[in-house]
Design a protein around this ligand. Structure first.
Ligand SMILES: [Zn+2]
Length: 350
C-alpha cells in the first residue's frame, strides 16, 4: 500500500539512481515484497498472490537470480559488495498463510525468506482494520443510504446509491485512482481516514460502521499468525522474522516516544515467541521520515525495509532498503519484470 505526494519525488530520485546503477553495470539485488499467499478472494489492497503463481515465481527466481537471505544481503551492504542478481524474499504483516501455504512451498524450493510481523501474536488480535473495512464496504449485500461516523468529535457522512457487492470491481487497487463506483469511493475515503487516526480508535470506528451496515466476517485468508504459529514459523529452516510495529501505524506521524513504544512492544513480543533477537524491521505502509530511520537504528536493528520501489546496490542504505512489490502475476510477466530490474541493458546470461 503506497501513499502519493512526497513519494513521487522519492520515486523520481530512485529512478535516477537506478539509471546510474544500470549505466555503470553495478551488481544489484532485488528484495521482493509479498504479503499473502492464498486462494482466497482478491483484495483491493493488491496483496494477494495465488499459490500456483507463487510456485512459478520461485521457479523464475531460481532460474534467473541467486536466492539470498536478507541477512546475506545486509552483510553484503555492510561489506560494500553485494552478490549480483541476488533475490531476497520478504513477507509483510504476518498473515497465517505465510506459515500454512508459503512456508511449505519455500521449503520445497530451499529458498529463504523474512517475514515481518506486526502485533504481538496475542490470540485476541483481530484481522487488520483494512481487511475488515474491505469486507464491510465491498462484501456486504447492501449498505444503508446514509452512513455516518463520529471520529474525535467530527462527524463524517456519506450517502449514495451503493449498488451490490463487489464482483465487478475486483481489478481496482487501493493505490490507484478510484473509478466512479460509490462503494469504492466510500472504501477509499474510510481507508484514508483510518490510516491517519490513532490506532486505538480503529475498533470504535469499525464498530460504528458495523452497527449501521450489519456484522460481516472478513474475507477468508485474512487471519493473522498467533504466538505459537510465529514460533513454528521461526523454527523452519531459512525463515527469518522481522519487526513491523505493534499496531501497524504510520510511524512518520507519531512523536518519537510513541514510535519507540510501537517498535519495542512488537519486538519484545516477537523475541519471546522466536527465542532470538529480532534484528530487522519494515516500516508499516512504507511510511517513514529521517527521524523514524534514526529511531530504528538507535533501537539496535541491523536493517530496515521500505516499500520504495527499486533495486539494492552496494551503496544502498541498510535502513532504507528498497523493495519490489510483487503482484499476482504469472511466470512470463514476473520473469520479464525481474529481468528488466536485474539486468537493465545488460544481455541475459546464457
Ligand atoms: Zn505492513
Amino acid at each position: 500500500m503506497r501513499i502519493r505526494g512526497l513519494w513521487r519525488v522519492r520515486r523520481v530520485l530512485r529512478q535516477a539512481e537506478d539509471y546510474w546503477i544500470y549505466s555503470r553495470h553495478e551488481p544489484r539485488c532485488l528484495v521482493l515484497m509479498y504479503h499473502r499467499i492464498t486462494d482466497g478472494p482478491p483484495s483491493v489492497c493488491g496483496t494477494i498472490v495465488r499459490p500456483e503463481n507463487f510456485e512459478d515465481h520461485l521457479d523464475v527466481i531460481s532460474s534467473i537470480g541467486q536466492p539470498l537471505s536478507l541477512e546475506e544481503c545486509v552483510a553484503g551492504l555492510r561489506g560494500g559488495a553485494i552478490p549480483d542478481r541476488g533475490i531476497v524474499l520478504t513477507f509483510d504483516d504476518g498473515y497465517t498463510d505465510n506459515l500454512t501455504l508459503a512456508a511449505p512451498i519455500l521449503a520445497r524450493w530451499g529458498i529463504p525468506a523474512t517475514v515481518y510481523i506486526a502485533g504481538t501474536g496475542c490470540p485476541t488480535e483481530r484481522e487488520y482494520w483494512w481487511d475488515r473495512l474491505e469486507a464491510l464496504c465491498l462484501d456486504s449485500p447492501a449498505l444503508p443510504a446514509v452512513l455516518s461516523i463520529r471520529v474525535t468529535g467530527t462527524i463524517h457522512r456519506w450517502s449514495g446509491a451503493w449498488g451490490g457487492a463487489r464482483t465487478k470491481y475486483r481489478e481496482w487497487r487501493v493505490g490507484e485512482d478510484v473509478p466512479n463506483i460509490p462503494r469504492l469511493r466510500l472504501y477509499r475515503a474510510l481507508y484514508r481516514l483510518l490510516l491517519r487516526v490513532p490506532a486505538d480508535l480503529h475498533e470504535e470506528v469499525l464498530g460504528q460502521l458495523a452497527a449501521q451496515i450489519g456484522p460481516i466476517s472478513p474475507a477468508d485468508g485474512t487471519s493473522r499468525l498467533t504466538g505459537p504459529q510465529i514460533t513454528t514459523l521461526a523454527n523452519i529452516e531459512g525463515i527469518g522474522i522481522g519487526a513491523h510495529t505493534a499496531s501497524h501505524v504510520p510511524l512518520d506521524a507519531l512523536p518519537p516516544r510513541q514510535v519507540r513504544a510501537e517498535v519495542l512492544e512488537n519486538r519484545t513480543a516477537l523475541e519471546a515467541h522466536v527465542g532470538e533477537p529480532i534484528q530487522t524491521f519494515a516500516y508499516p505502509f512504507g511510511l517513514y521520515d529521517w527521524r523514524t530511520v534514526h529511531d530504528v537504528r538507535e533501537l539496535g536493528f541491523q536493517s530496515a525495509c521500505t516499500s520504495d520501489e527499486g533495486v539494492v546496490w552496494r551503496r544502498s542504505d541498510p535502513f532504507r532498503i528498497p523493495r519490489v512489490t510483487v503482484l499476482d502475476e504469472g511466470a512470463d510477466a514476473f520473469r520479464a519484470r525481474l529481468q528488466r530490474l536485474l539486468l537493465g541493458n545488460r544481455p541475459a546470461p546464457a
